[in-house]
Design a protein. Structure first.
Lengths: 259, 308
């Protein structure tokens, strides 16, 4: 693994970030719009019902941003190479496939840090929600959230290597399949029984439950944290195997055929 | 000294119902400082071969050895020493030329990246358009960026797919001269595909002709051209065009009429006889040109045979 090649890939996507209005909107505009719409709705509900869940919902939005960002960078950057017919230039160089993966994972961390910090500041100024207060306790949960983003991203990339841009929609949509079972804004206990059963195999359900517990009680549920890490580790390994096989399949068909 | 050996390379594309042999058991070598042309009609297997040589397509069987090492086992090390330029790739559209060359330079183990980028920018005359986005470039300018990228890592072997496509004649000649000078100075070896036969004749030391995935000829460009025996003899007939045509028809000589000109295809040794015969018939001509067969003639003859 060569650091200069990883830097090359990161540089490539940072240049894109600089030039692309879409990417800037993804990083800053949409999180703020989410915060405004949800925050104002919840504030209104608080006014008419007296129920204060602003912190819970805003924290949910901020934490979901981490999952989404982690996955999005992995998937959309591969699509970006397909749209630009640049895939052969990238993989016809000494760059290893594993180095490309590490690069987009690091890029996801960088961009998530940027988006999260920006959105958290907006949340503080608009709703006085201080997510950084829980920062230290939330860090392990955040790492687990990233892991979820990574395995969904690898799964999407595996599908793209197999089916090309026909399945590009998954880059934006697949992650949302797990969102209803994750309890981002609500407790898992309100889900129907069958959905609660599904949520037991969804790592993010433990993370959001655990994060809420920190916010309400200040205590970390290590058990939930460990289950989420365990599930994420299993899915991560499986998704990497799937991605590696899919890449081998794409090489067998020829990367040119994907363009 | 051979720096690339291709042995029994085969690529079969399989679908659920069918299979297609794109490259069929081909073997060839590339020597240090040699420029090898790969020719063939569309769909012959040239691009498939180049893709396998680049590692972006897995061969079904066969071996590729670069610098005496198995490409499959030493991919990273080999690709550090080779590079390519191709018409089937593009660059990120909304990045500038400078940004593209910058990030590509990071993929290679180059000591002074900034200096190297500056050098290739100068070599391929990109200075004035350096800050333009790729999307705003003409096809010719993109080709020059492609070549600049290909020379970033001081390659020992270059794979060039139609390197002068879309270039104006002056720039195309500049690129050809540049390639020849790189070969001269640094013993760069080049594998090149092109549909410009004059270009192949000018720069290639050897040509491998592929059809239906098989190598059907491997020779120098002049060697291939010489395998066509017929020369074109063009005469401006002042008097006796009809008699000349009758002679050609009688002797079943292939000919073409353009105004007062007649172009006949003859073997080199038959030319003096033919000229004597028409003079004896009282035909009067005052212009003559004899064109020896070219690689283009070879290509056309082989392809038309294949189509038949």
């Amino acid at each position: 693994m060569k650091v200069h090649r990883i830097c090359g890939v990161i540089l490539r996507y940072l240049y894109l970030f600089k030039h692309s209005i879409n990417r800037l909107a993804d990083a800053f505009y949409w999180p703020v719009i989410d915060l405004l719409l949800w925050g104002l709705t919840i504030s209104y509900m608080k006014e008419i019902s007296g129920l204060n869940v602003v912190t819970v919902v805003i924290s949910g939005i901020l934490l979901w941003l981490i999952v989404w960002r982690g996955q999005y960078e992995i998937s959309v950057n591969l699509l970006e190479e397909l749209w630009n017919r640049n895939l052969i230039n990238i993989f016809g160089s000494p760059l290893k496939f594993s180095e490309w993966i590490v690069s987009v994972v690091l890029l996801g961390l960088i961009k998530a840090a940027m988006s999260f910090t920006f959105a958290a500041l907006v949340a503080f100024f608009l709703y006085k929600v201080k997510i950084f207060v829980y920062g230290f306790y939330l860090l392990p949960f955040m790492l687990s959230l990233f892991m979820t983003g990574w395995w969904v991203g690898f799964l999407v990339n595996g599908l793209v290597f197999r089916f090309g841009t026909k399945v590009e929609q998954f880059a934006w949509s697949l992650i949302y399949i797990i969102s209803p079972f994750s309890g981002i804004y609500y407790s898992i206990s309100i889900l129907p029984l069958w959905a609660q059963k599904v949520s037991t195999i969804v790592p993010t359900s433990y993370i959001f439950e655990g994060a809420r517990q920190i916010i309400f009680t200040g205590k970390t549920d290590l058990n939930k944290l460990m289950i989420s890490f365990g599930l994420n580790a299993i899915y991560l390994i499986l998704s990497l195997i799937f991605l590696k096989k899919s890449y081998a399949k794409a090489l067998d068909k020829g990367l040119v055929k994907m363009l | 000294m051979s720096i690339l050996q291709v042995n029994n390379l085969t690529k079969i594309f399989k679908t659920k119902k069918d299979k297609f042999v794109a490259v069929d058991n081909i073997s060839f070598e590339l020597n240090e400082g040699e420029i090898l042309g790969i020719l063939g009609p569309n769909g012959a297997g040239k691009t498939t071969t180049i893709q396998m040589l680049l590692g972006v397509l897995t061969p079904t069987s066969g071996k590729i050895n670069y610098f005496g090492r198995d490409f499959n086992k030493n991919r990273e090390e080999v690709l550090e020493k080779i590079n390519f330029s191709s018409t089937y790739t593009d660059f990120p559209h909304n990045l500038t030329i400078q940004e593209n060359l910058n990030f590509f330079s990071f993929f290679y183990d180059i000591k002074n990246r900034r200096e190297r980028v500056k050098t290739v920018v100068d070599l391929f005359r990109l200075k004035e358009i350096l800050n333009q986005q790729i999307s705003s470039l003409s096809a010719g300018q993109k080709t020059r960026v492609n070549l600049a990228k290909a020379f970033l890592n001081f390659p020992k072997i270059l794979l060039l797919d139609e390197p002068t496509a879309s270039l104006d004649p002056e720039t195309a000649q500049y690129i050809r001269d540049f390639l020849l000078s790189q070969r001269q100075k640094f013993k760069v070896s080049i594998i090149l595909t092109s549909h410009n036969m004059a270009e192949v004749e000018e720069v290639c030391d050897r040509v491998v002709f592929i059809d239906k995935g098989k190598i059907i000829a491997d020779d120098t460009p002049s060697g291939l051209a010489k395998s066509i025996e017929l020369s074109h003899v063009e005469l401006f007939i002042k008097d006796g065009l009809k008699r000349t045509i009758e002679l050609c028809q009688g002797k079943k000589i292939i000919y073409k009429i353009e105004g007062r000109y007649i172009i006949v295809d003859l073997k080199e040794k038959e030319i003096p006889d033919f000229l004597r015969q028409i003079m004896d018939m009282g035909v009067f001509y005052d212009e003559i040109s004899i064109e020896k067969p070219t690689l283009n003639d070879y290509f056309i003859q082989v392809v038309s045979k294949i189509k038949k």
